[in-house]
Design a protein around this ligand. Structure first.
Ligand SMILES: [Zn+2]
Length: 125
């Protein structure tokens, strides 16, 4: 053994410990990042404009608005003017959610239509 060998072994051992520590930290970062990505996806889906609208549409507020709007429109489809029952009618976005996601909950951008007119616009509501 040379004079430097014990010191070299000590340095190698420290280096090995350091590298193992870095691998552990890297694995923890990967794990936490995966959890963060899952949470971000849940938040993104929750606030996705159509999902947000559908929650409102199915809420007591949304149902009450639709009923009032149906009456304001004299119980007629806003597009074809045909007489329609409230049940089964659709809430149509005048400016589509896909092009105007910020208007997803703006009732000034909504009208009640028959399913045929709404579906033919390509925006199911
Ligand atoms: Zn219609």
């Amino acid at each position: 053994m040379t004079e430097g060998t014990p010191n070299t072994l000590a340095i190698a051992s420290s280096f090995k410990t350091l590298v193992q520590g870095l691998f552990q930290i890297s694995n923890q970062v990967d794990h936490n990042l995966a959890i963060f990505r899952q949470d971000a996806a849940i938040i993104r889906d929750y606030y996705e404009p159509r999902a947000e609208f559908e929650r409102w549409r199915d809420s007591a507020d949304g149902k009450a608005w639709k009923k009032r709007q149906h009456q304001r429109q004299d119980r007629c489809c806003a597009i074809c003017q045909g007489s329609i029952p409230c049940r089964g009618s659709h809430i149509d976005h005048i400016k589509s959610i896909s092009q105007y996601p910020e208007l997803n909950l703006d009732t000034n951008n909504m009208q009640v239509t028959c399913p045929i007119c709404n579906t033919s616009k390509g925006n199911q509501c």
